[in-house]
Design a protein around this ligand. Structure first.
Ligand code: C5P
Length: 308
């Protein structure tokens, strides 16, 4: 299975709900940074574990943050499917990671979405898509989007998805940090900084920008309520954002709960040569900060998890 990362075009965060989650309006946009998740029937083994996990593909610092036990969201996806269907023979799950780990791009959620679909096929469950989406939502706020992809707005705690008409293809650059940020920590810092958050709403300027297809309008409309909290926990991210902005990015923001920073370079009605030139400038500026572990270009939107 191939499954994309996401960036949030808008992340509006409301008050904390009674269940501990925050009310969100979350505009997801899938981008061409993919994890590949392979699920195979396991050979006979000594342990009675349902899943065994391996991971490769990312840098050492990112791989060190991938749990390889039952707490990995991909393993939890397999376990939930087995519990719900009564199916479930042991599987080996291999994750070839390209999506930053604990990076605010829903990499763990993407792997869970892929594992859910792969186990459903391997075990012959044949669950209807609605049911897979429901199980995905139970696993985490961003997992259902890994199945859906493209551009969609999530409400509730982010898991209730409505697809949006694709705004077209945009070019992005992502600056990966050597550090990870825990989503729960960033939401906790948000509560500290904004104890009286209003109910979240879809931004009219973003809707207009998405309907119009212009990269400049989209760049101006990007917003993330979690950004001040991520910057408070990792102040160096401000320098990363500023480096990309000064080098001509049309928009710059922290992706989700961070610490990955996203830079919009162009797309839609922009001249491709100008976009390429802007990209070269932004990539060079980000690299010269010495703050980014990797600087990776990608396009969005792209489809959700697909069988290879
Ligand atoms: O749903 P998910 O497992 O991705 O959430 C991870 C953590 O992020 C939650 O435990 C919670 O602390 C925080 N969160 C939140 N409100 C949301 C989504 C996530 O507070 N809507």
């Amino acid at each position: 299975m191939r499954v994309p990362a996401k960036v949030n075009l808008q992340l509006a965060v409301g008050p904390r709900r009674e269940d501990g989650f925050h009310a969100l309006v979350n505009v997801f946009h899938a981008v061409s940074l993919f994890d590949e998740v392979t699920v195979k029937a396991a050979p006979p083994r000594q342990s009675r574990a349902l899943t065994e996990l391996t991971a490769a593909g990312q840098s050492e610092s990112h791989l060190a943050r991938v749990p390889l036990d039952g707490s990995n969201l991909a393993a939890r996806a397999a376990t939930l499917l087995a519990e719900e269907t009564g199916a479930g023979s042991p599987v080996d799950i291999h994750i070839d990671k390209r999506i930053p780990v604990a990076g605010g791009m829903a990499g763990g959620s993407a792997d869970a979405a892929a594992a859910l679909v792969a186990c459903d096929r391997l075990w012959g469950c044949g669950l209807p898509r609605e049911r897979l989406l429901e199980l995905a939502a139970r696993l985490g706020s961003d997992v259902a989007f890994g199945l859906v992809g493209d551009t969609a707005v999530g409400t509730g705690r982010g898991e209730l998805l409505e697809p949006l008409a694709s705004p077209g293809r945009f070019r992005w650059v992502f600056a990966l940090s050597t550090r990870g940020l825990s989503t729960a920590d960033v939401f906790g810092e948000y509560d500290r900084l904004r104890p009286d958050a209003p109910e979240p709403r879809l931004d009219a300027a973003l809707e207009k920008a998405l309907a119009g297809g212009g990269a400049r309008a989209l760049g101006r409309a990007l917003s993330n309520d979690l950004q001040p909290a991520a910057l408070s926990l990792l102040p160096e991210l401000e320098r990363t954002l500023e480096a990309g902005r000064s080098a001509g990015a049309l928009g710059a923001l922290v992706s989700g709960s961070g610490p990955t920073c996203a830079f919009l370079l162009g797309g839609g009605d922009e001249d491709p040569d100008e976009v390429a030139e802007r990209e070269a400038g932004v990539v060079a500026a980000l690299r010269s900060t010495g703050l980014c572990e990797q600087v990776v270009p990608a396009d969005g939107d792209v489809p959700g998890s697909t069988v290879l």
